[in-house]
Design a protein around this ligand. Structure first.
Ligand code: GDP
Length: 384
């Protein structure tokens, strides 16, 4: 494969392996507003009965991802059940300086971060004398740096251990297949040592991305910065810390920054009449969380149910079927694909069929965003 082709291929293989249940974790120092944020998000949770196969944990809020295309399909089909895409948000207790060495229960918090697909980093940008700051004073840039370093140092520790273990095997010289993996570990180790997150580099090779996805490093996860400010600042769109926060993020991470006020969102749910303006940031938080994981939707539709499924860009038809059920992937025969725009334009499934616009696709078909999929599969194959 030419270098240009290889790079193109690598760019379609992304860091991380989000599954159907997408999880973002709320991470930050203590007293920055994580619990307040988690609490107002929990109040928006979709009812658990819509997701019978998923157990809901107390520190997990499952929120519907707003999607006008899904709403339009529900209007056409009027189904008995509507199941939209969701994003789960996990409350992770506050990290403190030294967490990577186990300070303040650091190790268990860090293992929670391991479970999530992406990170909402809550940054305190409100002054409030009565609310103690773990570092003694409100200083968002300092806070950003602490969390950045703690997660990096944790990865560095782990990477060093992996490297040392593999080095012993390489030194014994018995296993020639280890040369490639060992070289890669060395590259990751140097990258982390030089002060970087894994996600700071975007031109990892295909092989490196595969290895990184197996190692599941904390610093390979995408980060969105939630800047928590007072109601007054939020409404007037001014905050004395914002410029410095932007500068730090631009220099170190380039992740999205969302200004919001946990206090405001909480009040908007509990006592909306007390607020003069209603300008919630929640939709933006959820949509940004979802889009940062670089995912697309496909739908299954019918009178009984309209459901939105989530896959990564580049997923082929059998693997997309596998998101619904592994049997459908194993026994995959073909997929009937209707384009969302055709359905909206022609108004009904029957009209699309009459117009000859339902396409039959095989196992190499790459599912496109908003495709409406009907999978044909052979259940007999499963008995093998
Ligand atoms: P956590 O430790 O990060 O989970 O922080 P909490 O959500 O428990 O918040 C710590 C304290 O800060 C609580 O007393 C909150 O009411 C308060 N707080 C949270 N967000 C805001 C905010 O936007 N403005 C102000 N003034 N206080 C806030």
């Amino acid at each position: 494969m030419s270098i240009a082709k290889k790079e193109k291929a690598a760019s379609t293989i992304l860091l991380g392996r989000p599954k159907g249940t997408l999880k973002m974790g709320l991470v930050g120092l203590p007293n920055v507003g994580k619990s307040t944020t988690f609490n107002f998000l929990s109040k928006l949770s979709v009812p658990a009965e819509n997701y019978p196969f998923c157990t809901l944990e107390p520190n997990l809020a499952r929120i519907s991802v707003p999607d006008e295309h899904f709403d339009n399909l529900c209007r056409i089909y009027q189904p008995k059940s509507q199941v939209s895409a969701t994003l789960s948000i996990m409350d992770i207790a506050g990290l403190v300086k030294g967490a990577h060495k186990g300070e303040g229960l650091g190790n268990s918090f860090l293992s929670h971060i391991q479970q999530v697909d992406g990170i909402f980093h809550v940054v305190r940008a409100f002054d409030e004398d009565n609310i103690v700051h773990s570092e003694g004073a409100v200083n968002p840039v300092n806070d950003l740096q602490i969390i950045y370093d703690e997660l990096r140092l944790k990865d560095l520790d782990r990477c060093q251990k992996l490297y040392d273990d593999m080095k012993k095997l390489v030194d014994r010289g018995q296993n020639k297949n280890l040369a490639g993996p060992f070289e890669m570990l060395q590259t990751f180790l140097n990258h982390l040592k030089s002060g970087n997150w894994i996600s700071n580099r975007t031109n990892w090779s295909l092989k490196e991305v595969e290895a990184l996805n197996d190692y599941c490093f904390l610093t390979a996860k995408p980060v969105i910065y939630l800047v928590n400010m007072n109601i007054k600042d939020y409404l007037r769109k001014k905050n004395k810390y914002l410029v410095k926060i932007h500068e730090w993020v631009e220099k170190n991470m380039r992740g999205p920054i969302i200004p919001y006020s946990a206090d405001y969102e909480k009040t908007l749910i509990e006592d909306p009449a007390s607020l003069q303006e209603h300008v919630s940031a929640v939709q933006k938080i959820i949509l940004t969380g979802y889009s940062t994981l670089q995912l697309i939707h496909f739908y299954t539709t019918g009178k009984d149910e309209v459901k939105c499924w989530t896959i990564r860009e580049g997923t082929k038809a059998p693997q997309a079927a596998g998101v619904i059920h592994t049997d459908m992937e194993k026994g995959f025969i073909c997929a009937e694909v209707t384009k969302y725009d055709d359905l909206i334009e022609l108004g009904s499934e029957q009209a699309v069929k009459n117009a000859g616009k339902v396409a039959t696709k095989g196992r190499d078909y790459i599912v496109q965003n908003r495709d409406i999929m009907f999978f044909k599969f052979n259940p007999a194959k499963n008995k093998k």
